[in-house]
Design a protein around this ligand. Structure first.
Ligand code: SAM
Ligand code: SF4
Length: 266
């Protein structure tokens, strides 16, 4: 399927929860956020049904994200449901890695192809500071488990303040080289002021080639992270929501006062 600017839309990012077991400084306030009501959160059946329809229309790549997707109970079952949809070529998941050691093998067995793990520094104290309490050992054990389970290449998402020449980024680069991991540097964004840049080593942030739609955990289909436009899939039905999101996908992102990384998934 194509949007108004002739961009082929084939990538769906699904945020399965707004909850998280970390509180990264650039993503969530320390006190947490106002949580989406349970009844508003899409069930796995609803997500799978929506995805089937989206795949019929041309989606062939799906990423599961959050919040932290591995804190949602039964997420392995969702991966299995999605992997059974004919026409999906790639199913991936973005995680902070804290629970990955336990989940890597079951996820791979369920049909997940790869994972992206977020890691902004290899300094244990700094990691704890940035994530407000995270234990880097768990993340590293998770990365090792993902490699072992064949979720390769494991890709590392590293958020930088200004550039990939910062000392934390240089440390992450060396760590990745040693372990044979790919790394992407994401410039710290501010959705509310429209501050965003192209991801180094990835394609995110480049509006002219954006191929994404985003389904948030509260059932809204959003054509752009940097725009407030959203279509409720329960209210409209999947077909109509997709049609409207395609029509409304802006040529370029601007600002969003409503979107939050932990709800819509980065
Ligand atoms: N909890 C998972 C994780 O941290 O990987 C998945 C969701 S998280 C919102 C997805 C990605 O968004 C992570 O790589 C995270 O570093 C990134 N992210 C969050 N807030 C950001 C911000 N303000 N600027 C740039 N990237 C951000
Ligand atoms: Fe949680 Fe990921 Fe946001 Fe960190 S970036 S607070 S791990 S959702």
């Amino acid at each position: 399927m194509y949007d108004r600017y002739n961009r082929r839309i084939n990538y769906l990012r699904i945020s399965v929860t707004d909850r998280c077991n970390l509180r990264c400084k650039y993503c969530m306030p320390e006190s947490g956020i106002k949580l989406v009501k349970h009844e508003e959160i899409l069930s796995f059946e609803e997500i799978a049904e929506f995805t089937r329809i989206a795949v019929d229309k041309g989606i062939d790549k799906v990423r599961i994200t959050g919040g932290e997707p591995l804190v949602r109970k039964g997420v392995v079952g969702l991966v299995k449901m999605l992997a059974e949809i004919k026409g999906i070529k790639d199913i991936t998941l973005t995680t902070n890695g804290i629970l990955l050691e336990e989940y890597a093998k079951p996820l791979a067995d369920a049909g997940l192809k790869r994972v992206n793990v977020s890691l902004d520094t290899v300094d244990p104290d700094k990691f704890t500071e940035v994530t407000r309490g995270g234990d880097i050992k768990k993340v590293i054990q998770g990365i090792v488990a993902a490699n072992k389970a064949g979720l390769v290449p494991v890709k590392i998402n590293c958020v930088v303040n200004e550039s990939s020449n910062e000392s934390d980024a240089i440390g992450v680069k060396a760590f990745c080289k040693n372990l044979g991991l790919e790394v992407r540097f994401i410039h710290k964004m501010d959705i509310e002021t429209g501050k965003f840049a192209i991801v180094e080593g990835g394609t995110g942030g480049n509006c002219s080639i954006c191929n994404k739609l985003r389904l948030s955990s509260d059932g809204c289909l959003r054509p752009c992270l940097f725009n407030d436009v959203a279509f409720n899939v329960r209210r409209l039905g999947a077909e109509k929501a997709i049609e409207m999101a395609l029509q409304a996908k802006p040529e370029c992102g601007t600002v969003s006062l409503e979107n939050k990384f932990n709800i819509i998934g980065g």
